[in-house]
Design a protein around this ligand. Structure first.
Ligand SMILES: [Zn+2]
Length: 378
């Protein structure tokens, strides 16, 4: 059964809900606002679906939602987030607007439209009775994804371990809307160096320069990159020193590490924490860790992709590509639980995390049909 015509009839309803949700700010670090957003999603899911909607309180960041549709023994996850990278007041400055086939506004692409799309995909499956009886589909919505899911990671993992597949509602890869079957893993570190200050003119030999040491460490760290193996080490922020005529006693650097395999992920956790100073009198400390394991393309992920590809032919009459990305998402740690994960099932558009972000409106019902078509085939 082709789902596109019905979803296209629902497009005005989808756009109305999209407008409402884009015009509600939901910055990750503002609990009051993300809670309000979560409350809105809970109400919309309860209205549109026959579902069990569970709101999970969270002390530090916004609450979370688990929306369960169907009650079969085979659990499948849809994973999305209610928070955006935009601060309070952003929606007032540049509210939802439509220009031709594109819709703009804070978080429209990452990922407010994708949640609306998932809602309508589920509604359609229920209305047409096409949801396989053995399935129960759980839509998880967290509120701290954009800051690395510090308070929701374990919660998502506990669902992942009991699920036979997970579909992440992050945007696909453009220009062709390919889904993501592999993601790099990443780590974040802070390197702090302490030397000894001295006057650069009077007694420079009494000093130990933390800035010079940092320069040598940066060259060493960057040399650990191996593009052919998908390894990148980037020192992205550097601070140090207080004046040109002072031997600097302090320097810090923020470091990002990307890896492609679990082996490299483990290796770099050790390697970064065993960095040693060049100068014997420099004191060094490294904090942080490798926090998002890579999503490696397993055979089961390949099998999920084949299901998605068949659904794309069936629903959209088009091929579906697959790709890998250096970006990370909650898909990383879901896959690390051993749960086959397909990422990039969100809406099509561009410009995530930038004021120019937009989605293609005609793709909204089409991607909803793709998602419904995949779930129908499980
Ligand atoms: Zn996102």
């Amino acid at each position: 059964m082709n789902f596109v015509p019905q979803l296209e009839r629902w497009l005005p309803d989808m756009v109305a809900l999209l407008e409402e949700s884009v015009n509600m700010d939901s910055p990750s670090t503002d609990k009051a606002l993300t809670d309000r957003m979560i409350g809105w999603y809970a109400a919309r899911c309860s209205e549109a679906l026959q579902a069990r909607v569970e709101r999970v309180p969270n002390r530090q960041y916004g609450d979370r939602l688990a929306v369960r549709v169907g009650n079969g023994p085979r659990q499948v996850l849809l994973v999305g987030h209610a928070d955006t990278v935009w601060p309070a007041g952003e929606a007032k400055l540049r509210p939802f607007r439509i220009d031709g086939d594109r819709a703009f506004g804070p978080g429209v692409y990452d990922m407010k439209a994708s949640l609306i799309q998932a809602l309508f995909a589920l509604k359609l499956l229920q209305m047409t009775n096409r949801l396989p009886q053995q399935l129960s589909i759980v839509l998880l919505i967290n509120s701290d994804e954009e800051i690395g899911s510090p308070t929701s990671r374990q919660w998502i993992e506990s669902y992942a371990r009991k699920s036979e597949a997970a579909f992440v509602l992050e945007p696909p890869m453009e220009p062709h809307g390919a889904v993501k079957t592999a993601r790099k893993g990443s780590g974040r570190f802070l390197l702090s160096l302490e030397g000894r200050s001295a006057h650069a003119g009077v007694n420079p030999e009494a000093g130990v320069s933390a800035v010079e040491e940092m320069a040598r460490q940066i060259i060493r760290l960057h040399a650990w990159s191996e593009p052919s193996r998908g390894i990148y080490v980037n020192v992205g922020v550097v601070n140090g020193g207080i004046g040109a005529n002072v031997i600097a006693d302090r320097a810090t650097a923020e470091i990002d590490v990307r890896v492609q395999t679990m082996d490299d992920f483990r290796h770099f956790a050790t390697r970064m924490n065993h960095l040693t100073p060049f100068h014997p009198e420099v004191r060094m400390s490294m904090t942080g860790d490798m926090n998002r394991p890579p999503m490696e393309r397993t055979r089961q992920i390949g099998r999920l992709f084949e299901i998605a590809r068949a659904a794309a032919w069936d629903q959209l009459n088009m091929g579906l590509g697959e790709t890998s990305t250096g970006g990370v998402s909650d898909g990383n740690f879901i896959a690390a639980c051993g749960t086959p994960t397909l990422d990039g099932l969100g809406v099509r558009g561009d410009g995530a995390h930038s004021p120019s972000e937009y989605i293609w409106l005609t793709e909204l019902p089409r991607r909803a049909a793709l998602l419904a078509g995949i779930l129908e085939r499980l």
